[in-house]
Design a protein around this ligand. Structure first.
Ligand code: GLA
Length: 382
């Protein structure tokens, strides 16, 4: 059943009771200015704020720490809200033990082999934090910094501008990188992310968002019954350290074929060597459309029980589908329950992992005078 957005907005008031019980987005009614509340303090006393946004039936809470999406509430086909994004209810856990829950990722989303690359004849060694490799920008990536947050209301859109400046040499990367990320909630309840960056020296950039989705609600159990479609005929197989081999392998006849909608659980135990190595899915899909000037629809995720559906459109050439393989029951989430393997999945729009070392992959180099610009749009329905 398709619940019209009008119905969703109408049901928002009734669901306000539940929202208040969850800690309250009730004040941030549709299309209104984002509401700022204190979320917690870092050990050095720095205050971390939570921003509550609501528009078109979608409710979002964003932290000034890492640009983290701390909560994303969506109605099901009956208008009942659930938080569909894994997270914590306190800042201490985000600082100490988060596997990038909801965070902005930079400078380089996913891995760079041995943390090394050569750019314009110069060798760089960036921070290594995943075995011998660099993952998601290193030990203190963009997910572990305080961002400057500014709310806005523009016509029927509401949103936040998030700013962070990464100084020359931070985590080993060249150039001072000025980053601006815009989170917009549209009147249709879409969540749009616009990334922008400029640099003072040639560098590599690959920004993404690391939301862990469970459309049945965080803490509700496995995502194996979620249905997924990815418009990609190829993916990038990896070595045992999850670094692409450079090959663009065909998905046809493998568990990696999501061109026709299928339940994630259907082939997740197919024992394909690439799955055994990754403990499930943790790969970059080579999107058929390639790099596009405007965002194009590339993936659909649907929870058949609640009817909640997420559609992703991007201008990026790749999509990392990670099936929550490293969630091991040691983290307690927002709902007070532990997260276990496969309790959520990530769909990270990106350039391919290890591009700085793969001349055949689309380039991630950014030079002074250029502006890095990419957009990903999440559309929700039930
Ligand atoms: C990405 C990586 C995974 C894992 C998660 C975070 O999705 O591809 O291998 O590191 O981030 O745990």
């Amino acid at each position: 059943m398709n619940l019209s957005r009008r119905t969703v907005i109408a049901s928002t008031a009734a669901a306000g009771v539940a929202a208040t019980a969850l800690g309250g987005t009730a004040e941030a009614s549709s299309g209104r200015r984002p509401v700022k509340t204190l979320f917690g303090k870092l050990a050095d006393g720095t205050k971390i704020y939570s921003w509550a946004l609501e528009n078109g039936g979608t409710r979002l809470k964003v932290l000034s720490w890492g640009g983290v999406v701390q909560s994303l509430e969506l109605p099901d086909r009956h208008g009942r809200y659930a938080n569909v994004s894994l997270g914590f209810d306190n800042i201490e856990d985000y600082v100490a033990k988060t596997p990038y829950f909801g965070a902005l990722i930079g400078r380089y989303g996913n891995r760079i082999g041995k943390g090394q690359f050569t750019l314009d004849g110069k060798k760089y060694q960036v921070n290594v934090n995943d075995g011998v490799n660099s993952l998601h920008g290193g030990i203190k990536g963009f997910d572990k910094h305080v961002w400057n947050v500014e709310p806005f209301v523009k016509g029927s859109d509401v949103g936040l501008y998030l700013h962070y400046t990464s100084v020359d040499g931070e985590m080993g990367y060249p150039g001072t990188l000025k980053v601006k990320v815009t989170y917009t909630l549209t009147k249709r309840g879409e969540w749009r992310i616009d990334y922008e960056a400029t640099t003072t020296k040639a560098t590599v950039v690959n920004l993404t968002s690391h939301v862990y989705w469970n459309l049945a609600g965080e803490s509700s159990g496995t995502i194996e019954d979620h249905e997924l479609t990815i418009a990609a005929a190829r993916y990038t197989p990896t070595d045992s350290g999850l670094i692409p081999t450079g090959q663009l392998a065909k998905v046809s006849g493998t568990p990696f074929d999501f061109r026709k909608t299928k339940a994630i659980g259907r082939d997740i135990r197919a024992a394909h060597p690439q799955q055994v190595q990754a403990k499930g899915y943790d790969h970059n899909w080579v999107l058929d459309k390639g790099i596009t000037a405007k965002p194009v629809h590339v993936a659909t995720l649907r929870d058949p029980r609640s009817g909640r559906t997420l559609k992703i459109a991007t201008d990026q050439p790749g999509l990392q589908f990670y099936s929550g393989n490293f969630l091991d029951g040691t983290l307690t989430g927002t709902g007070g329950r532990t997260y276990r393997q496969g309790d959520a999945l990530c769909l990270e729009t990106q350039h391919f992992p290890d591009s700085p070392n793969q001349p055949s992959f689309p380039s991630t180099v950014l030079r002074p005078g250029q502006t890095y610009r990419t957009t990903t749009i999440h559309t929700f329905d039930a």
